[in-house]
Design a protein around this ligand. Structure first.
Ligand code: ADP
Length: 401
């Protein structure tokens, strides 16, 4: 084998060196590229990003930091990072926390711009390590929450306005209720006087009055009684929210039975079959008030059962709807058109169909029921079909609610 000449060896060595140089250049280029890429990533962020040394000096920032502080990069680097916050101590505490725990999340601070403008931010920061794995400093990213703060402030203002409006409304309602209370209270005594004197007239002068006169007295007395009923309903209505009675627990079944006792004459007269569901629950309510509500519902069920109903029937019970106890009073009476479902809960609203039924009404009953149920934190609604009957549903709040 021919021995390589010195020249050839040299040539070989040069080639190897050239190869190595090319490799190194490639590695350097790659490093530069990586650096450029990282820089771009940092700069593209709209969030201010800062690198802080373990001594608390700024070692690097992105453009967003320049914008939020008003200082150029070269002025920021080398300065104490906490100088740029409205609360430098709190900033340092956050920084210490990063060292202790390795990171902080959503740490609230305010950055002060050199012209005084303050930007509220949330900081997320972590420690970063050098090649040996030692902590070299902190990398911190701030999220500008100015808009969030403004939205919160606007919401707070709206809420304040709304609360003021609600308070105003409550005050007006109260005023209206006490006005209704006063008026109905004052109307009561003249009505009682009218009724009393009509009675006296009948008794003392009944025999000298002609038949027409007797009839007119009857009309006056009927009207006075109706007015008395109306005033009583209005008084009751105005009292519901003005006075809160004590709530207690008691079986719903006893309330229903007690209420039905007083209604027996009408139930018998109309041959109505009343069915009360067994195992009704114990409820938590103002007893007398709820009795009034159930009494109104049952009285209506009886009144509007229909004159020609061949098998009049009323059901009282409770069922589970969407995980909630829902009480009901159901009749198979004259029913109500869907379009009137809301109307009947408004004060003085009576449907034309009601006037053809036996028994009087003031159109206040269901308004009272609704107020009582709502006073108990519940809801009332119905389903009904003309000619088939109606079911009034209501909910109540439990004791723990
Ligand atoms: P009213 O004193 O007239 O009974 P309510 O406020 O209790 O006043 O009821 C309002 C109207 O709703 C009644 O006049 C009647 O037209 C209708 N209504 C109430 N309950 C029933 C029912 N169970 N079936 C049919 N109609 C009803």
């Amino acid at each position: 084998m021919r021995k390589k000449s010195t020249y050839e060896e040299l040539e070989q060595r040069v080639k190897e060196l050239e190869k190595e140089a090319a490799k190194r250049k490639k590695a350097e280029d790659e490093l530069k590229e990586l650096h450029r890429y990282t820089r771009e990533l940092i700069e593209v962020s709209l969030d201010p990003l800062v690198m802080i040394s373990s001594e608390g000096e700024i070692t690097d920032v992105n453009h967003a930091t320049e914008l939020v502080t008003g200082y150029p990069r070269d002025k920021l680097i080398g300065t104490d990072f906490s100088d740029y916050f409205t609360a430098p101590r709190k900033a340092r505490q956050g920084y210490m926390q990063v060292f202790k725990e390795g990171h902080v999340r959503d740490y609230p601070l305010e950055i002060r711009h050199r012209d005084g403008k303050v930007t509220p931010v949330l900081y997320n920061a972590s420690v970063y390590r050098d090649a040996k794995g030692d902590i070299a400093g902190v990398f911190a990213a701030a999220r500008d929450i100015t808009q969030l703060k403004e939205a919160e402030e606007a919401l707070r203002k709206d809420e304040k306005k709304l609360n003021a409006l609600l308070a105003d409304l409550a005050a007006k309602n109260e005023e209206l209720d006490s006005f209704v209370y006063r008026v109905s209270h004052d109307l009561k005594s003249p009505i009682v006087t009218i009724d009393g004197f009509v009675g006296a007239l009948k008794e003392d002068f009944g025999d000298v009055l002609a038949e027409d006169g007797q009839k007119y007295l009857g009309y006056i007395s009927d009207a006075a009684r109706k007015m008395e009923l109306l005033i009583k309903d209005l008084l009751d209505l105005s009292r519901i929210d003005r006075l809160t009675r004590k709530k207690r627990e008691f079986p719903f079944a006893t309330l229903v039975k007690d209420t039905l006792k007083a209604l027996q004459p009408q139930i018998k007269a109309r041959h109505i079959v009343v069915n009360i569901q067994e195992d009704l629950p114990v409820i938590y309510a103002e007893r007398r008030r709820l009795e009034r509500a159930v009494d109104n519902l049952l009285t209506n069920a009886i009144k509007y059962i229909g004159k020609e109903n061949p098998s009049p029937r009323i059901d009282v019970g409770v069922e589970q709807q969407n995980g909630q106890k829902v009480f009901f009073v159901r009749d198979n009476g004259i029913g109500i058109e869907k379009r009137d479902f809301d109307k009947i809960f408004r004060v003085f609203q009576r449907l034309p169909s009601a006037k053809k039924q036996i028994g009087e009404g003031t159109g206040v009953g269901l308004t009272i029921v609704k107020r009582i149920i709502e006073h108990h934190g519940g809801k009332i609604w119905l389903i009904s079909e003309p000619g088939k009957g109606s079911t009034f549903y209501f909910t109540l709040k439990g004791k723990e609610a």
